[in-house]
Design a protein around this ligand. Structure first.
Ligand SMILES: [Fe+2]
Ligand SMILES: [Fe+2]
Length: 498
């Protein structure tokens, strides 16, 4: 018997809509879970998912994707990448898996909430596949790093990180709880699917896949391409919702969601993508700088998708463009200096040749960030390594949960407010603005410094802080990825005559 073409039955099969008779529409779809207040009930059926797939087709394609990624992994196991690749690359893997794998699992919950609470039948259907996508992403990104654990305990963080109070985990959890786990279905989809996934996962997954292939890590390259092909599909969940909000007079709300989510995503990706792309990827295989990737994927492509909908660039666009030259360089100085607090070994990325590259990509780097590195290098060369690790903790932003950094001599300032008797510090006017959009949402959270000063971290010293963050418990903390070999290039030039 001939099978019908998908087009002939799809609309009918996915319209799982009915009119409840025992309970009200609001009981079936409580506004705090479903969102979409002000959009008429009959409008939801018009949600037309931009990507249509049947379950049979979905399973077949996903099986092929998995087979591709797992077979490349199996074929390359004998290459022994761990011992042959540049340590900078290996530590990108450590940072990536730990920051991403469990978040993918969390994203399966996000999608499953759409399956139950979205008022749009088309979205419920598409989110079912999104949920299966995210389960696959969680599983495969736990399985791939597992083979490295017996070589290096720092890979154990792939599974552990999100259960710890490591400062990067606090920042990531605060962000993902905000955009992915604690808003209604409409808001979550715009925050997480549209702003975060459409905008930023491209950066990490496509940006790094080219660098991975150049570095000879075809396993990782294939893996993240296979993930991004799923993201590119389910990230489209949010676009029809934005159109519905705009059509029903809620353009300001849509813009506000994007403005908050865009900045929060950007700030997290300065750590996740910015630092590795400009400092850890071995110089000879770097495809583009972080700023160039951002210009391609965010400034050009993502903004086009916003403007095509009739929305505008976020209000802080000038601040953002300036920040692209600065923030992640400050975070690299911070993370490298506080390397014992990391679960990976950071590459310094400031050998003379690497500094030439940084100066070319970010004119003025040597006169600003480079000056701080000069001091650090001087300390290494002249046998004072203890002076390269701070003995105190940094100021931390109460929105991003990341250290407050700026360009030396130019932009570093404390932005703070007192709200209900408590002082909050922010890394930028945009972070402060985000807090002020919804203080009720953010005001109870305590950043690492709040916890330290509040006595939650015992003993109240650096050792206590490291243990609180899981360092020395799950694995040793970070140290220079290359064992400081790069410092040798400065010896002679800088060594003080004794
Ligand atoms: Fe995912
Ligand atoms: Fe996703």
């Amino acid at each position: 018997m001939a099978l019908l073409e998908r087009d002939a039955w799809y609309d009918l099969a996915r319209t799982t809509e009915w009119t409840p008779s025992y309970i009200s529409q609001n009981e079936l779809f409580p506004p705090e879970m479903s969102g979409g207040e002000g959009i008429p009930d009959d409008a939801w059926a018009t949600y037309d998912e931009p990507y249509k797939v049947s379950y049979r087709e979905y399973v077949d394609v996903q099986r092929q994707k998995d087979a591709g990624a797992y077979s490349v992994k199996a074929a390359l196991e004998r290459v022994d990448l761990y011992n042959t690749a540049d340590p900078g690359w290996i530590n990108i893997l450590k940072e990536h898996y730990a920051a991403v794998a469990l978040v993918e699992y969390g994203a399966a919950f996000q999608e499953s909430r759409f399956v139950r609470w979205s008022k749009a039948p088309g979205m419920r259907n598409m989110a079912t596949f999104g949920m299966l996508d995210e389960i696959r992403h969680g599983q495969i990104q736990l399985y791939f790093p597992h083979e490295y654990i017996n070589k290096d305990r720092q890979f154990d963080w792939s599974h552990q990180t999100m259960f710890t109070n490591n400062w990067v985990a606090l920042g990531a959890r605060h962000f993902f709880d905000d955009v992915m786990m604690t808003r209604d279905a409409v808001a979550t989809s715009i925050f997480a699917n549209f702003a975060f996934e459409t905008g930023f996962t491209n950066l990490q997954f496509i940006g790094l896949s080219g660098d991975a292939a150049n570095a000879g890590d075809f396993t990782f390259s294939k893996l993240i391409q296979s993930i991004q092909s799923d993201e590119a599909r389910h990230a489209q969940l949010g676009t029809p919702l934005l159109q519905m909000l705009i059509e029903h007079g809620q353009k300001d709300k849509a813009q506000n969601y994007i403005d908050i989510a865009f900045w929060r995503s950007y700030r997290l990706f300065t750590i996740l993508s910015g630092i590795p792309m400009d400092y850890y990827v071995p110089l000879d295989v770097r495809e583009s700088s972080f700023k160039e990737f951002m210009e391609e994927w965010i400034v050009t492509q993502f903004i086009k998708s916003i403007e095509d909908l009739g929305l505008s660039k976020p209000w802080y666009w000038d601040v953002f463009l300036r920040d692209l030259d600065e923030h992640h360089h400050g975070q690299q100085l911070g993370t490298y200096s506080w390397r014992p607090t990391l679960w990976w070994n950071p590459a310094a990325g400031v050998s003379p040749e690497e500094r030439d590259w940084l100066e070319e990509k970010y004119p003025g780097w040597n006169d600003t960030f480079g000056k701080v590195w000069d001091v650090m290098i001087d300390n290494f060369v002249n046998g004072r390594p203890e002076k390269t690790v701070p003995g105190t903790l940094p100021m931390i932003c109460n929105v991003s949960q990341l250290p407050i950094v700026g360009t030396p001599g130019r932009t570093l300032r404390d932005i703070s407010i007192v709200h209900e008797g408590r002082k909050f510090h922010f890394a930028s006017d945009v972070d402060k603005w985000i807090f002020e959009q919804d203080p009720e949402r953010y005001k109870r959270h305590e950043n690492l410094i709040d916890r330290f000063l509040g006595g939650q971290i015992q003993p109240p010293d650096l050792g206590g802080v490291l243990e609180y963050m899981g360092l020395g418990v799950i694995s040793a903390g970070g140290d220079d990825a290359h064992g400081y070999a790069w410092v040798d290039k400065y010896r002679g030039k800088l060594q003080t005559a004794s």
